[in-house]
Design a binder for this molecule. Structure first.
Ligand SMILES: [Zn+2]
Length: 309
């Protein structure tokens, strides 16, 4: 709980769908385990979704929610596999995705022969080690010291190829999308949030152009089944298990809003004038609720700022 308070300034980030009260009452949070496809599961608690891949070699996790939830997450993982926790991949640096790293590492124990590796893009490590004013340092045991600085990083684990793609300057500057090639599942992180507008974190290197490129890249990897349902499954940063059609709908929305805001900028409109014109009006009922972290104004402002740079 202490860390939650220390990271208060970031607490609400990308927590669409979870209000602040829920985040502070971790005691009442239950972890829901949803089978995705093959040996992949989505674990939903508070904060970002956790992806778990299990098999004969052990356990791989994508994102770890908040530290106080680590015992509950581990309890559910242990129902899926008794094997060692071998990998944590972080999709980005926001605390609702990396907050449980150190606590999970501690619960996992350390076997020198089978060490736990925490992997993320190098910009995640850089930002987690650059402590902002008034913040406690990020716990060392949770740092992604197996960082990568290349466009992709490959693993082979539990009998399948796992490809980690860096998506530059999308939701942040350190976003990774994880493709489980054998299971045909993608863990997208907060690039894709089907129930809310994307949080484009301009201060941490995000941009609307990078967001669209990343969504298009995800769509290059998704193949729908003949019925237009199923095929490749996409686990979003927050929200339900999705497929190709869901990502298309979300990508189209982001592109349309980007185009509208760009037209308004070209007409010389100020940010206030663009907000007043409500370029998201016809989408707000679908993407904004009373709990939304990313309000219509916040989304418009992020699009405006990234196009004005
Ligand atoms: Zn985020």
């Amino acid at each position: 709980m202490t860390r939650t308070i220390l990271y208060a300034s970031l607490l609400a980030i990308c927590a669409a769908g979870a209000n602040s009260q829920q985040q502070q009452n971790f005691d009442s949070v239950q972890i829901h385990v949803e089978p995705v496809q093959h040996n992949i599961y989505m674990l939903v608690g508070a904060g970002g979704n956790t992806t778990v891949q299990v098999g004969s070699e052990g356990v791989l996790m994508v994102d770890t929610q908040f530290a106080p939830l680590a015992p509950k997450l581990m309890a559910e993982i242990r129902k899926l596999s008794p094997g060692p926790i071998r990998y944590i991949i972080n999709t980005h640096m926001h605390p609702d995705h990396v907050g449980g790293n150190a606590a999970i590492a501690k619960l996992a124990g350390s076997d020198p022969a089978l060490p736990l590796k925490i992997i993320a893009n190098e910009n995640v490590l850089n930002r987690l080690t650059a402590t902002e004013r008034g913040q406690a340092p990020f716990p060392e045991a949770g740092l992604p010291i197996d960082e990568y600085g290349t466009p992709t990083k490959n693993l082979h684990f539990n009998g399948e190829a796992i490809i980690i793609y860096h998506e530059p300057n999308a939701h942040t500057d350190g976003d990774s999308v994880v493709l489980f090639r054998g299971s045909d599942v993608i863990s997208a992180g907060d690039i894709f949030t089907p129930d809310g507008y994307p949080f484009i974190d301009i201060e941490r290197g995000g941009s609307v152009q990078g967001e669209i490129l990343a969504l298009n890249h995800i769509l290059q990897m998704t193949v729908p089944a003949k019925t237009q349902e199923g095929g490749t499954y996409v686990i979003p940063g927050h929200g339900r298990i999705c497929d190709d059609a869901d990502v298309v709908e979300f990508r189209d929305m982001v592109v349309i809003i980007r185009d509208r805001v760009r037209d308004m900028i070209q007409k010389g409109m100020t940010l206030d004038q663009v907000k007043a014109a409500r370029p998201t009006r016809d989408y707000d009922t679908e993407y904004v609720t009373s709990n939304s972290f990313v309000t219509a104004d916040r989304f418009v402002e992020a699009v405006y700022k990234s196009l004005s740079k």
